[in-house]
Structure formats: structure tokens, C-alpha cells
Design a protein around this ligand. Structure first.
Ligand SMILES: C[S@@+](CC[C@H](N)C(=O)[O-])C[C@H]1O[C@@H](n2cnc3c(N)ncnc32)[C@H](O)[C@@H]1O
Length: 326
């Protein structure tokens, strides 16, 4: 893949097999990337959206293994912009990987009274999705540090009619001062990362950030600092979901390794159910045992790393459970 910056292809080649690289490079060569959207079940239903898209002659396909997710066939995002279902937020353009957070935690929730914390929530993709699934029951605290992005988050929440989300404006590295220990049943840690997914061959600016080789280390430190100040807020027997949309193992496997090395009450849980589906199984990377000079804890094998394709986007996800501290 000659057009991709060498520093980036060298990294990919260290991490992925030949077959995986083929899938990844053909994704980079795509002229059009998949456009997917979620039906906002606080405002509409699959039936309504399907009938409107049929009327508008817009070709779409339901994502078979997800409840409210669709992708466009040959149509572009801008083809939706003038439709009422788009302007009224009955649909929400969103990567399918956002759904995975709910897929892997839903078994734990049996209509109990839950307290959920989204550590870094803007623009609100995952928070609003969980709110819609819950039909506005239970309590979600959505935190964000950046003032402009707080506005974006509030916009998403209000437009989608999510009423169970309370937005707070705080540095996630200091949330320990705001809540008591063992307060939350679920913590979503979809943390700031170097977002290496954004590299686009048609836009040189999209990979300017690769000129800052320290960016992965910088994010690793922020991610670590946020988690160090958060794990105490999680209830015993409950879960923290860690995810990023970046590729570098220092922001993924290394973070899980750090948690396991420093918190003996944390374990990684298997999250295979949804990932056994044939449509995504082929895009799941086997775990990375080491990177550069680092060798990771073997529990890292239970994390999931998804490579991008016509069906999927870059994603890393881990379910971290808190045990009783003996
Ligand atoms: C990957 S994005 C989150 C995406 C979001 N979870 C979603 O699904 O829509 C990371 C967010 O973290 C915010 N952020 C960065 N550092 C933070 C900090 N120390 N405390 C709280 N938020 C922070 C960024 O402004 C950004 O909005």
C-alpha cells in the first residue's frame, strides 16, 4: 500500500498477518466506506424507517446480527440529509462497533436499578445508544472535559430525547473526588486515543498526526491516569468496558496489561458471543502477545480487536470485571 505513510505500514506489518493486511489494505483503498445508522427507538421503529427508505427508493440492508442497525447499499451519507427521519433524529449515523458495548454487557443486566458512568462521552454515540435501549430507564452519568464537545453531547442527547442522561463537565482523571467508591454498576471507558482509524488515503491531512511519534505514549498515559482514578468507583462483581478506535497496542493491550498488573481484583472476561457471528468472526484479530519489547499478560487473549472491512470498523474492546478484594 504505497500511499500509506511508511511509519504506519511498518506498524501494521508488525501487528497483523499477511491475510489480515490484505483485508486492511483493501479497506484503505475503498472509494466509499460503509455508511451505517441506528434506528433511534426513543423516536421511531425499524418498521417506520424501513417503510420510509423504501418509499424514497434508498437501498439499505439490515445488519442481521444487530437489533436496530442498518447499512446503506451504494448510497451515501448525504443522501439521507434531507430526509425527515434524519433531521428529526429518528435515525443516527453511527458505526456498528458502538453496538458491541451493549451486546457484551446486556447479559449482566436483568432489569435491576443500574447506575452507569460514561467517562468520556462526547459526541454521545454510545451513551445515547444505551439510553435508547433502556428506553430512558436507569441512570447514566455522561462525563466530558472539553467545553465545545459538551455542547455536542448535550445536542445529541436532547435531539434524541434521551432523558435519563445527566451530563457532567469534569476531568475524568479526578472523578474519584465526585463519587463514592463502588458507586457504579457499569463504567464505559471509551477513552481518548490516537484514533488511527481516521487515516484516509484521499486526504493527506488525515495522517499528519503520524508525524508526532510520541502520540501513542501520550494517550497511553492519559488512558492510564483516567483508569487509575476510576477503578475504585466500580462495584464489586460489575464491569468496566474499555474500548478505543485506534490500532496501536500501547493504547490497547498495554492498558489491559497495566490494569492486570496493578489491580489484583480485576479480571478480563470472555466476550465471545456476538463475535462468534460469521459476519464478523473473520474480521477478528487473534490476540497480540507482545509488541516491541513488551510481553502482555495472557488474559489479554480475552480482549477483542476488530479489523476494518466492508462490514466492520477498527475497534478494540475488553470487558474488565471487578472481584472481591481478598
Ligand atoms: C473517543 S471520544 C469519546 C467518544 C464517545 N464515547 C462516543 O461514543 O461518542 C473521547 C472523548 O474524551 C474527551 N476527553 C479527553 N480527555 C478527557 C478527560 N481528561 N476527561 C474527560 N473527557 C476527556 C474528548 O474531548 C473526547 O470527547
Amino acid at each position: 500500500m504505497q500511499n500509506l505513510p511508511k511509519i504506519f505500514t511498518q506498524k501494521l506489518e508488525k501487528i497483523f498477518s499477511k491475510e489480515e493486511l490484505e483485508i486492511i489494505y483493501s479497506w484503505y483503498s475503498l472509494k466509499k466506506r460503509q455508511v451505517s445508522f441506528r434506528v433511534n427507538t426513543l423516536k421511531s421503529s425499524n418498521e417506520e424507517i424501513e417503510s420510509i427508505l423504501h418509499k424514497e427508493n434508498i437501498k439499505f440492508q439490515k445488519i442481521s446480527y444487530l437489533t436496530n442497525w442498518y447499512k446503506l447499499i451504494d448510497w451515501l451519507e448525504k443522501d439521507l440529509w434531507n430526509l425527515d427521519i434524519f433531521t428529526e433524529w429518528k435515525i443516527y449515523l453511527q458505526w456498528i462497533t458502538s453496538q458491541f458495548i451493549w451486546e457484551i454487557v446486556q447479559k449482566d443486566f436483568k432489569n435491576q436499578d443500574l447506575k452507569i458512568l460514561d467517562l468520556t462521552a462526547s459526541p454521545g454515540w454510545k451513551t445515547s445508544h444505551i439510553s435508547a435501549i433502556m428506553q430512558n430507564y436507569w441512570e447514566i452519568i455522561a462525563n466530558e472535559l472539553n467545553t465545545i464537545r459538551i455542547e455536542k453531547l448535550n445536542f445529541t442527547i436532547n435531539r434524541q430525547w434521551c432523558t435519563n442522561i445527566k451530563v457532567i463537565h469534569w476531568d475524568a482523571r479526578n472523578l474519584k473526588n465526585l463519587f463514592p467508591n463502588w458507586y457504579f454498576d457499569l463504567i464505559i471507558a471509551d477513552l481518548p486515543c490516537s484514533a488511527e482509524w481516521r487515516i484516509n488515503l484521499n486526504n493527506e491531512k488525515s495522517y499528519l498526526f503520524l508525524q508526532k511519534p510520541w502520540i501513542n505514549e501520550k494517550n497511553y498515559k492519559i488512558q492510564k491516569d483516567i483508569l487509575k482514578n476510576t477503578v475504585d468507583l466500580l462495584k464489586i462483581w460489575w464491569s468496566l468496558i474499555y474500548s478505543t478506535c485506534t490500532i496501536d497496542p500501547r493504547e490497547n493491550e498495554a492498558i489491559i496489561h497495566f490494569l492486570l498488573s496493578n489491580y489484583k481484583d480485576l479480571v478480563i472476561e470472555e466476550i465471545n458471543d456476538i463475535f462468534e457471528n460469521e459476519n464478523i468472526k473473520k474480521y477478528i484479530k487473534k490476540w497480540i502477545k507482545s509488541f516491541d519489547k513488551y510481553i502482555y499478560n495472557s488474559q489479554v487473549s480475552k480482549t477483542i480487536r476488530i479489523i476494518p472491512s466492508q462490514e466492520t470498523e477498527w475497534f478494540f474492546i475488553a470487558k474488565i470485571k471487578k472481584l472481591e478484594n481478598l
